[in-house]
Design a protein around this ligand. Sequence first.
Ligand SMILES: C[S@@+](CC[C@H](N)C(=O)[O-])C[C@H]1O[C@@H](n2cnc3c(N)ncnc32)[C@H](O)[C@@H]1O
Length: 411
Amino acid sequence: MSVEPAALPEFCRNFQEYQRLLQQQCQTLEVPEPNDVAQEASFQLAQKIAQQVYFKGKIPYSEFMHHALYSPGLGYYSSGSYKLGAGGDFVTAPEISPMFGKTLAKVIMQAWQDTDACILELGAGSGKLMCDILLQLESEKNLPHTYYVLEVSAELRQRQKHLLNDICPHLKSKVVWLDTLPASFKGVIIGNEVVDAIPVELLMKTEEGVAQGFVACHDQGFTLVFEPTPFSQGWQKRHEDYVQHWPEGYLAESSDLRSDWLRSVLGSLEQGCILLLDYGFEAEELYSPYRPQGTLQCYYRQKKHSMPLALLGLQDVTSSVNFTQLAQTAIDTGAEILGFTPQAQFLTLSGIEQFVAQGQDSDTMSNLSVAQQLQTLLMPNEMGQNIKVLGLSKQFSGTLTGFQSLGLHQA
Ligand SMILES: C[S@@+](CC[C@H](N)C(=O)[O-])C[C@H]1O[C@@H](n2cnc3c(N)ncnc32)[C@H](O)[C@@H]1O
């Protein structure tokens, strides 16, 4: 069912009007304006979302975020907007340094002592991590039986195939792209910065209690409104200890979709382990009264900001992971916690320093020196402390040296 264009608000009836809106957003954010093709795609996405809002009156923020990131052909990850490296929107660890993937290859080899020699990578981005891991495993004469990739974005899947073809065409036969999670997988599952890209709900503490963020339309653009919502008893129980300490106006995020996603990943793992690396905290720290603005972040051309409705389909939107919630989900499904530790400790204990001497990799998009790469991956004020590694397992008795202590307070 579609809506007559005349019924839509002014900003998505008229392309010039929408261009003016984008222009204003770029001025406010002090970023360069997107090109005409990108503006047109953003306009189409705005029309698509405005139709949903027209039918429903308002949509939960998570639905808006889902469209903004994954709407086929138009969302940030599905349209070619996703740009990495020096000229891109943000950088992830594999784009910073091949030392990251090489170290993970070593970790995977440790895990293979007690599971099948298979890998499943979730959300492979540009494909750089896949190539680094495969090349390291090849140099160790320990290639996997199969390297599976599950990627929701058709555009990124193509990019991953191209990169594999450019960097290691002789290893193409090792990689299989999946459309859905396998029914039964044995081996190692990895996901780097995937969970923080799964949509969240926005929350605000008001006089009446916790309100949920919805997206509505007015003539000048999308707008965020907070309304009281009957949260499930389970949700209330999980959050009551934190909510009572939040001052009025406190902003936060929560995501049942992330638990649902993890439950299906765990359902697919018959035996082996899962490594999730992401920006995030344990619940107590995430929902501390000292973090009143929440963790929702948007990235556009290396500019970090907090305007989640702006630059629709053209900017990345992420929010920190609640690792307590993920750990509890794993425990509830009968999985075990292998460990939880900051990235710096995990990479250091897994032997990242052995790769330092190998020098600069010409494929690294960041153009940083080896010392700078190491600093970004390990320093506490960069990825070292802000990114955590959560290890989960099923019927797995191996040990990973990266997890020396299990520091997670189980919920
Ligand atoms: C921030 S990027 C990280 C990419 C890559 N792992 C890296 O570290 O550079 C998030 C990735 O997760 C993918 N993604 C998001 N949700 C997913 C899901 N439910 N299943 C598989 N991939 C997903 C996105 O399309 C994208 O490739």
